[in-house]
Ligand binder design. Sequence first.
Ligand code: ADP
Length: 575
Amino acid sequence: MKIKTKLNAGVGLLFLMIIILSALGGWFIYQLKKDTQNILVANYNTLQYSRNMLLSLEEIERDPFSVKEFQKNLNLQSQNITESGEREATRNIISHFSDLNKNRHDANLKSVIRKDIAELMQLNMNAIQIKSGIANTTAENAIAVISVAGTLCFLIAFTLMINLPSNIANPIRELTFSIHQIAQQNYRERVRFEGNSEFGELAKSFNTMAEKLQEYSESRLDKILKGKKRIETLIDNMHDAVIGIDENRKVLFVNDQALKITGLKKDHFIGKLIQDVAVGNDLVRDLIREIIDPLISKKADSELLKIFVEGKENYFEKEILDINVLPTGEDDKRFIGQVIMLRNVTPFKELDLAKTHFLGTVSHEFKTPISSIQMGVQLLENERIGNLNDEQQKLVLGIKDDTIRLLKITGELLNLTQLETGVVELNIKPAEIKTMVESVIAANQSAADFKNISIKSEIDPNLKFINADFEKTSWVLSNILSNAIRYSYENSNIEICVKNDQNQIQFSVKDQGYGIEEQYLDKVFTRYFRIPGTKADGTGLGLSISKEFIEAQGGKISVKSEIGVGSIFYFSLKA
Ligand code: ADP
């Protein structure tokens, strides 16, 4: 049944019951009123007339007015005959009264009339008793009927009071609970209301909605699971080793390559703290060094890890990525873990080694013929061998410049191969600073003269010796000086300065050249880097080799520069 119908029926029934109760009450009150009025009209008046007649009868001999009074009451009584036998009694009174009227002193007749009146009174009193009994019965009936009707009404109202609110409230409560379940993503929740009330329709709509939500959520979950599997397969098939940890350093995933390299099983990793895994595995310990102690991160970053995998030397580049995500509706990113990656760079390393060997061999093989060419050119310049005409002299000069450049390049390449193969041999012993500076200036003098550049040197007189590799330090100073000459305008000055700087000996070469833009200052020390637009010949190797030579001796190299003003290159070594 519909809720509306139920409510209408309930309220209607209550209304009907009120009407029935009121009608019953009214009807019984009316009955009682009728009974009492009956007594009053029919019997009380007769008793009153009888009393008046008795009183008048006593005075009838002395007071002629009493006769009239008697007659008046008798007439009134004649018109108020209500009970059976009353008519005969009245008639008796009338006949005896007319006899009395003839002889007013007849005591006997008076006595007869008194008896008649007494009988009339008895009749009416009996009637009053009977009618009072009827009224009593009516009252009792009224009490009984109204009690029954009232009890019935109470029972019906009580049943309605118990059932009707719960009929409405229970489905609402059930529905509220189900809505809470849906809000908590429990899409399997359903409501079941029986009957075809409005709640039945509501339940149907609710269940349809829940079903659709469940379908949607399951399809989304399925998609997410598929995506997860795809990414896991991708990570597993990578050639690089990958280990993922959460913000508490618990291992979330590890790929096959990482298992192969570490020689551990998946069970050793998943769900364990990475530092616990590291306790029993040297490689893992090495991998998480910077996670445990962030201070060593920078140094470890640049190192290649040499690991034997399946009996073969492999090179890996380690990278640790922090994973920060922006949670929905929040402004700040949250750290949720790290990924440790070991990039397999063995093929590149092998190619690099092959290149280094090739460069080493080629530059070594080139050095001897180039030196012979240089000697040949020097011989050609010698007048004792024969005079050259102007044209020939120009050609010889060109060949000379080229051989110098070729020798410089092969020298740089040889140094580079030495650095790359890690066979830089330092020959550190006290070296005379003045000799070093003068020899470097002498080696670059002709190039400086060519551009009319003057080179001045200023050496702190207290500084005589430096504990360094003479050959390599001279090479660095010469490289910086030759750069200063090459990247300077004609007719400018270059200053070489050697001074004591915080217990270190600092060499500086200051030029008045083109200068270097700030954005390139860091980069000039990287291999093969040349500032875009640089015209003078070069390989981009000189400064990077210089940096490695100086750092190998525990020193530092740096540069300051201003566009259009000039540059100063510094390097300092232990005193
Ligand atoms: P390169 O063989 O090209 O000179 P370097 O490593 O010696 O290689 O120098 C790297 C680059 O730095 C050069 O190509 C040049 O652009 C810039 N550079 C080096 N020294 C100077 C300098 N004194 N003035 C301006 N630019 C310079």
